[in-house]
Design a protein around this ligand. Sequence first.
Ligand SMILES: Cc1cc2nc3c(=O)[nH]c(=O)nc-3n(C[C@H](O)[C@H](O)[C@H](O)COP(=O)(O)OP(=O)(O)OC[C@H]3O[C@@H](n4cnc5c(N)ncnc54)[C@H](O)[C@@H]3O)c2cc1C
Length: 572
Amino acid sequence: MTSSYETHEYDVLIIGAGGAGLRAAIEALAHGATVGVVCKSLLGKAHTVMAEGGVAAAMGNVDPADNWQTHFRDTMKGGKMLNNWRMAQLHAMEAPDRIRELEQWGALFDRTDKGEILQRAFGGHTYKRLCHVGDRTGLEMIRTLQDRGVQMGFDVFMECTVTRLLKDGDSVAGAFAYWRESGRFVVFKAKSIVIATGGIGKAWKITSNSWECTGDGMALAYEAGAELMDMECIQFHPTGMVWPPGVRGILVTEAVRGEGGILRNKNGERFMEKYDPKRLELSTRDVVARSIYTEVREGRGSEHGGAYLDISHKEAEYVKRKLPSMYHQFKELADVDITKGPMEVGPTCHYVMGGIKVEAETTQTSLPGLFASGEAAAGMHGANRLGGNSLSDLLVFGRRSGLAAAAYAKKVGLPTIDAAQIADAERAALAPFESNGTENPYTIHQDLQDTMQSLVGIFRNEEDLKKALVELDKLKERAKHTKVEGSRLFNPGWHLAFDLQSMLDVSEAVTLSALARKESRGGHARIDYPNADAVWEKKHNVIAKKGTDMTRTEWPSPEVPADLQKVLAEEK
Ligand SMILES: Cc1cc2nc3c(=O)[nH]c(=O)nc-3n(C[C@H](O)[C@H](O)[C@H](O)COP(=O)(O)OP(=O)(O)OC[C@H]3O[C@@H](n4cnc5c(N)ncnc54)[C@H](O)[C@@H]3O)c2cc1C
């Protein structure tokens, strides 16, 4: 295998072209930085494009009583108070401006009769708060941001995967990547870097996430010396498809419940009356997911092991207009007409609240020059994310990342990267071709997904988590002996060999943190510690690399200031 590479230099390098990466790029450009955006899928195809139900912002168009304080309180309560309060505050205060700005850039939201942006109800939100475009909100958002960014002039490297961050002393200095099509290498030099690589769902067997969600950004940051936080907090969305088997896990948007969908068990009982009589189907996702799981476990599940979700009491035309993707998804994939009968749904691994530890105002990580936002970053959502709060998170903190990365780039010179680092990154990338091993990356990936699904799933206990750590050790060992056949020309097995390293890193971080948190909170449910513990409310698990080992420490939550304590104490 020959070793040569092309080189590109930017003030700011953005890794990821989802909502967070694109919004960061726009802001960095607006502040005079030269910007390169790298993404491993095509531009416009990032996972954000799949977002359905809407983007949360306290605009008060439908419920005029809404305001940022209520949004802040809902977010903190939904996150079971593990949120970084400052991030939750900034998010609630800034989200409406980010939506108005998106509209000015061309996004066409659904409208009220008065011509204002329409907002719908979603779980855990006190008021109707989700701005939406039917159930295709992510598509509109990506389209708008992409048009804006391209017009402003960023360079895009698509179908290009970053495999390592490069450093100059303690600071980040660039990234090593390969073109997926040709397998040729690329070296990016940059004064600052924003990681916006999204989630980690592909480490689980049943997931709503796209193929890109392998935790690369978190693993890249961790390997370079940054810290990860709250990795145990994984959101299992209550409603994924459960039948037929080939489509298991595909998301059934919360908008179905937002529009009045009702959940029933096989006996026809509206079981949410038992688990959350006040909010029913619009309870938070962690509660609804565990309720469905419990109904199934206790023998009251639907035909294929889920629950029935019914919206057929609404006018057929209304359902088709407000939930067009759901209508087509069920018609085409399951031969079910949702205007006539119920869907079968069950929990699916959906979102990671944990991620790279960042500072609230700037999204700066613990590594100088490295910033992170979107699903790859931790803090904003605490132990459980409210629906709609991710898209607004991408806009608010994507913008802040771009702003801070551009400001940082102005202060420093172009870093130097020694040739040995690049040679080492190349060696690591080519290792699966040169290995004498016999391990197939697809088999290891399947075994990893089985391990995470069965031992680090929706309900956890000490015995399973310890078993998972042993299994993960074995998988890591096997991954060292991965063998890939063929050439570097579009070779999915080779691509997976790298993704696997990322998934193993993040899976270990999730399991280690889940074992340590001896309580149940939001997306982290322990059967052996079923209650929340006031001591754990005040601390976070932090994961970092020391030598070759993954280490865990605890970080105390910053105190919520008195004025916000007051907001939290108020009830609607
Ligand atoms: C089906 C579905 C529906 C959803 N609906 C909603 C909703 O209605 N409202 C809401 O708020 N949230 C929703 N979510 C959650 C939300 O969509 C995601 O959390 C969000 O889009 C993540 O955006 P991001 O910018 O952080 O990352 P992503 O959109 O995941 O983008 C990540 C980018 O990083 C790139 N990348 C990854 N690794 C590498 C690498 N190694 N090298 C180079 N590039 C890399 C990818 O190619 C991609 O461009 C939904 C999620 C799903 C699965």
